[in-house]
Design a protein around this ligand. Sequence first.
Ligand code: 6PG
Length: 239
Amino acid sequence: MSIHVYSSSEELSAAAAREFAARAEEAIEECGRFAVVLAGGSTPETMYGILARDYIGRIDWSKVYAFFGDERSVPPHHDDSNLKMASEALLDHVPVGNVHRIRGELPPEEAAQAYEEELRAFFQTEDIPQFDLVLLGIGADGHTASLFPETSAIEVHDRWVVANPVLKLDTTRITLTIPAINAARAVIFLVAGEDKAEALKEILEGGADSRAYPATLIQPPGGPQWLLDQSAASLLGNR
Ligand code: 6PG
């Protein structure tokens, strides 16, 4: 595990774009493609914009395959759609090899099964998918992707994608499972803003209960990389 703290969310986003480009180059060199999982929410939007603006000629986008860590149960053009956010900030502006979206317009269980089949077809394996990079955020409640506290999805170990009912949001989200994320070659958390400071302290220093803070369950080989801005890191000890 590594933790990097940046003076602002802009600095954090620029650093994340550099990491993305470095991992893309490495994977394309080694395997001829870069399979990356995009994070939803609002925090990665600036990073996506930097990639679209400054990395259009510096990444072989035709070899980039974009996936999603989770999606809301909405159609692709809905304002809450993670696909819509990522497309407007990045995917509409770069010649990506392929975009593998989660069909949020389908009944959630159907969308989850369809996405798992799509991943199996892409990775041609029955074992577990190995993404080159998974980008994640966290919520102030310690959730990541759509793995929310005290929800059924955090106990699932025999599926790659599930429909996860989230009572407090009165909705069902579609999300990658913990094993599917933890099998990745690299996982990067992007976390900005003071509202995340309490949860970060619990996750990184508190020995938090994993059912209460599912982000603690994200443990890929070598541990995740945490890119934080100063506000989010404000409660962490001597950083
Ligand atoms: C989503 C995300 C979710 C997100 C966090 C943080 O669909 O909302 O996958 O896990 O990363 O909720 O969201 P913000 O970046 O908007 O704070």
